[in-house]
Design a protein. Sequence first.
Length: 254
Amino acid sequence: MDRDQAPEPIDLSLQLPRSTYWQLMHMLRGMLPDPEDDTPEALAHRDHAAIAQVAAMLPANADEAFLAAQCVGARLYGMDCIRQARGLAETDPEWQRKCAAQGFSAFRESRQARSLLARLQAAREKREADPAATDRAAWSEHCSIGLMTDALGHAAPATPAKAVPAEPEPVAEPAPVVEAQEPPADAEPKRDLAAEAELYAIMYPRRAKLIRAHGKLPDNIDFGPPDPELVPFIATGTTPELLALDAELATAAE
């Protein structure tokens, strides 16, 4: 064996997915709220739960994986804000309102990321149904990887046999996919009224029980009424928190 023979160049197209998820997981861990029990086991459960949520969104490439992580990170941050807001309801109403508002804002960010991810996945699946479009996309991705890794001083990845057309087309030629465009920043996301009703029950269990007991917003209430659109979901919703209120009402009636 020739010891002076240069080693085979590393194919970074094979290493990139591992590097992507390594970086993604470290960024996601920085976004996650601390667990109540500050032990290695609790941290592991928190991380594993977040990983399961990202994986459930079935990301197929780096772009989809980062959007899935953004969705999960914002979702869990929002839940933690609501949890903290519930604890501040009696001691600091002003901070309670701010904390709850921040939580709902995080939920909206999470839903926007999830919606964009769904559109990207739909566009990818449509593109994958066309072999020519798939080859153009693979060639474009291959060129991008090669140019950027060359800039880092690494060897460019080996060219996939299937991804190289007989006469490579310019990287910028493939037309952008309209479905994958991000919605305007000021676009109003669709409300998840069922989720908001459950959060209302978490934050205001006494009020939610009154609404469920009457099947509507009672007359002569001594508190600020919730959004009228939310009332039917509080009165008839079947989420775990709302059903738990029904159990409390049944116990109190006995």
